[in-house]
Write a protein that binds this ligand. Structure first.
Ligand code: ADP
Ligand code: ZN
Ligand code: ZN
Length: 888
């Protein structure tokens, strides 16, 4: 109780008072609050405030356990709204700050969401402080001369709640405590020891006794100031705990120092520091000491023992006699060699490239935040622009972060950067913890000039960032589908703002969110409308499957003929089919039974090689179906086409050709991806078939035909982005054709050749597609015009989940009735609740609903208002997904 009360007073009153009152006055608050006031305070603080039961479970889902107890909730709500009110009143006087509604109206990207970030930690994310970061942002200790320096630490834990807890830092630990380090502190039920991050240190005294930090775990802070600010913003924007974000951002290999091995070093004590009476030494000890004195630097104990062929006895004696000393140093286990690539060919930029390079170059020279959207068709020389920008930044002594989709992290891509960009670190998902740790430490130590990596590379702890580049910025894989559910592009834009550097986002098919930002002028639009050296875009021919003979298998006669022609002329062929496995639909025609996963509402895919049926979501496997479990019929049909079956068909139709399949089943071993692509480049493979793995970024000049087996696969999913995704994948895969002097073409098999999305992709007409699709989005209130948040409620108890979804949606509806919230300007809509398209997943029943609002600020305000007081019954969990991608 005392602890909680202190906390309440401390964070709510004292912290805000600090803004106006000198710290010594704040200090005397302790005396100033009379005990009778304290007593009456006690009476009206709800009893639930005290209990912190069960908040240990680490979960990305918010559960009854994961919620702060009631009292805490109402407190934090009070804090937020009070503080916002206070800030607003000071805002009026201080001039040019934008108001919340102004911010809300044009808030369309991470760059614009600023009003939801200033909360409990006094962190101001408005534009003024962004361009003008205050050094004291994280409450670095401010020494005062007159008072004893007692230290307090605000600590966040890896829990789905957005608050910090204050602990006292015992004197013995004070030299080690720092913002960004992890500590162990008693927390929750039975005061179990929990690990959390220090996010603020202060001398502002607590009014009441509080618990102590037990241990400081890190030698050095794991996070830079910039990363702390960025993660703070993420917690606010994605509505999760700051501690959860920190836990996700700092690689495990950094936390546990994986990859660092402790080395025991010995050295002789310098003569000036030797004991006055030099001890007597045995001959063995003499030899040892002499050796150590001869060496100019410390030596590893193990090495010395090996060299002198001695045990540890004499060393121990010398240590006891204070003539030598020993210490431990952590050294990297991995030596990361920095191979350099082949000597770079110097390319002269063409006219279009020159035109897009100039503004980027200017932004780099001028410094400061500037965001560019580089729309360039496949093969237009975007990468060349990125490379120039990186070279320029390196020339200035700064560092670059390059984000690419995981599957584009091919050796070919890496080579291109290696050859031109000095020392690079490649961060991909196949790294072990210790390798990841080693990279992180190299980056943090300033040994790396360019970090190339997938999503999480956006958190690379660079020391002097100069630019961020995102290739294929539209890629779904930049969105993380677990807490924190962030989008790396949006986080990157925020990071660029925080660090005050330019950012270049490139794509042949920009995300409509980005496109809209560019149209509005939030991003500067640059375009490369033609391929380099006047190479034409490949002609795309639609093969209308309604008119092709049915019995022919999945490769139509038209496509087959096209392949034969291409292969005969010495070209290579790529075939895209975005489904792995052999049969995607196993069913009984007698009674209609369909094989579905035990735990999910998803049909099982039959994998012939492994001879199992598998759920692609949860990985559940069962033996192949021989008889129907419903009617015992043995006439089971294995239908639906996967890459495995396609490979089978190809082997029959092209028996004299070398065929290779590329999907996550065949590419699970590290290095297999690179081997296959190498073989393909060297002409050792004639036909490469695969999932979207082959659609992205690859540059094979000898590919003269690209075939798409079924363009309609994703077109009819219940997802407002279905058309956009289909367009993107068709445009990307078409971009693999005709990259060399031989030219090339694309054959697309479809049942809906008249669908506008497929027709426009065939004409490489992104501008028209964007125009039409945006009109459609606007009409239906979808992103980028409206902001979206998706709430998913799940439980193993179907009725309980349904009831809670109704209740939660009802609470939102109430909150939306608030005056001023339903005018057309700020129209907030709630769709649902309804069963999620995949209703049962992993054994949970799932209901979802969506909130749509043109104003990001308002959307966040309502979300926070409701979620901070939401009481989740036992056995139910919910999740918030801000700017969701996965609608299933
Ligand atoms: P994108 O990233 O837009 O797909 P790339 O930068 O990979 O395009 O360029 C495609 C190919 O064209 C690469 O092989 C690249 O080396 C080459 N290239 C780029 N710019 C030029 C140029 N100005 N002149 C000649 N070739 C170029
Ligand atoms: Zn049956
Ligand atoms: Zn499953």
């Amino acid at each position: 109780m005392v602890h909680s009360l202190r906390e309440w007073i401390l964070s709510d009153v004292v912290h805000s008072l600090r803004e106006w009152i000198p710290s010594d006055v704040v200090h005397s608050l302790r005396e100033w609050i009379p005990s009778d006031v304290v007593h009456s305070l006690r009476e009206w603080i709800p009893p639930g405030f005290r209990s912190q039961d069960g908040i240990h479970s680490r979960s990305e889902w918010t559960t009854s356990n994961g919620n702060p107890p009631e009292g805490i909730r109402s407190r934090s709500e009070r804090t937020t709204s009070d503080r916002i009110r206070r800030k607003e009143s000071t805002r009026g006087a201080s001039g040019p700050r934008r108001t919340k509604s102004e911010l809300g109206q044009d808030a369309q990207s991470a760059t614009d969401i600023v009003d939801c970030s200033e909360r409990m930690y006094g962190i101001n994310m408005n534009t003024t402080t962004l361009t003008n970061p205050e050094s004291d942002l994280f409450g670095q200790v401010e020494p005062t001369e007159t008072l004893p320096q007692v230290m307090y630490a605000d600590i966040v834990f890896d829990l789905p709640m957005d608050r910090a807890y204050t602990y006292a830092v015992p004197e013995s630990l004070q030299p080690f405590a720092a913002v960004g380090k992890r500590v162990e502190a008693p927390f929750g039920k039975g005061d179990r020891s929990n690990v959390g991050y220090i996010v603020r240190l202060t001398h502002v005294p607590p009014v009441y006794a509080i618990k102590d930090v037990v241990r400081v775990l890190d030698e050095e802070s794991l996070l830079t100031d910039q990363l702390l600010r960025l993660t703070r913003w993420m917690a606010d924007y994605y509505l999760c705990g700051w501690g959860q974000v920190l836990h996700a951002v700092v690689p495990a290999g950094v936390r546990d120092q994986a990859g660092l091995k402790p080395t025991i070093l010995l050295e002789a004590v310098p003569s000036a520091e030797l004991p006055r009476h030099f001890p007597t030494l045995t001959p063995k000890q003499m030899i040892l000491l002499k050796k150590l004195r001869q060496l100019k630097e410390p030596i590893e104990q193990k090495l010395l023992q090996e060299q002198l062929k001695i045990g540890s006895g004499p060393i121990a004696s010398l240590l006891a006699k204070n003539v030598i000393r020993r210490y431990v140093q952590r050294t990297e286990r991995h030596t990361i060699t920095n191979e350099t690539g082949p000597a770079p060919e110097r390319i002269t930029l063409n006219k279009n490239q020159q035109a897009v390079w100039e503004p980027i170059d200017q932004a780099i020279q001028k410094g400061g935040y500037h965001s560019f959207l580089l729309h360039g068709v496949t093969g237009s020389g975007k990468t060349e622009i990125y490379l120039r920008a990186i070279e320029e930044v390196i020339r200035q002594g700064r560092e670059a972060i390059v984000l690419v989709p995981e599957i584009s992290l091919t050796p070919q891509t890496i080579e291109r950067f290696r050859g031109r960009c000095g020392s690079i670190a490649v961060m991909h998902s196949h790294l072990t913890d210790s390798e990841r740790g080693a990279h992180w430490r190299r980056v943090a130590g300033g040994f790396v000039q360019v970090v190339v990596g997938a999503r999480s590379a956006v958190f690379a702890p660079t020391r002097n960032l100069g630019i961020i580049i995102i290739d294929e910025e539209h890629e779904n894989s930049f969105k993380q589908e677990s807490t924190p559910r962030y989008h790396a592009r949006d986080v990157a834009v925020m990071r660029a703002r925080l660090e005050n550097v330019p950012i270049v986002m490139g794509s042949a098919t920009p995300a409509l969110e980005s496109w809209c930002n560019a149209e509005r002028g939030t991003y500067t639009k640059l375009s490369l409308p033609h391929r380099v050296e006047d190479r034409p875009m490949p002609p795309v021919v639609l093969v209308d499957m309604r008119h092709e003979p049915k019995s022919y298998g999945s490769i139509s006669p038209t496509l087959e003929q096209g392949m034969r022609d291409a292969l005969k002329a010495g070209g290579q062929v790529m075939l895209l089919l975005n489904r792995r496995g052999f049969s995607t639909h196993v069913h009984c025609p007698g009674c209609g039974y369909v094989a579905t996963c035990r735990d999910c509402d998803l049909s099982m895919t039959f994998h012939r090689q492994k001879n199992v049926m598998m759920c692609h979501y949860c990985g559940y496997e069962s033996g192949p179906l021989t008889a129907c479990p419903q009617c015992s019929s043995t006439a089971i049909r294995y239908q639906g086409l996967g890459t495995e079956k396609l490979e089978d068909e190809l082997a029959r139709k092209f028996s004299d050709k070398i065929i290779q399949r590329m999907d996550s089943d065949t590419m699970s071993r590290a290095g297999s991806h690179a081997r296959v692509l190498d073989a393909f480049r060297n002409g050792l493979i004639h036909i490469l078939l695969g999932t979207q793995m082959i659609a992205k970024g690859l540059d094979f000049p000898n590919v003269t035909l690209v075939g798409v087996i079924n363009a309609d696969v994703g077109l009819h999913l219940p997802d407002f982005r279905a058309a956009e995704r289909t367009f993107q994948i068709l445009a990307q895969v078409a971009g693999r054709a005709g990259r060399g002097p031989k030219g090339g073409r694309v054959l697309v098999q479809t049942h809906t050749p008249d669908h506008p999305c497929i027709a426009m992709a065939a004409h490489h007409d992104f501008l028209k597609f964007a125009h039409q699709e945006l009109a459609h989005r606007k009409m239906h209130g979808y992103p980028p015009y409206h902001r979206l948040a998706r709430l998913i409620v799940r439980s193993q108890d179907q009725t309980a989940a349904a009831n809670f979804a109704d209740l939660l949606a009802g609470t939102f509806r109430e909150a939306m009735k608030h005056p001023g919230r339903t005018t057309t300007e700020t129209e907030l809509r709630l769709l649902g609740p309804a069963e999620a398209p995949v209703f049962r997943l992993n054994g949970y029943y799932r209901f979802h609903f969506q909130l749509q609002c043109p104003s990001a600020g308002l959307l966040h305000q309502v979300l926070r208002e409701v979620l901070t007081v939401a009481k989740v019954p036992h056995g139910i969990e919910f999740q918030v997904d801000v700017d969701p991608f996965n609608m299933m």
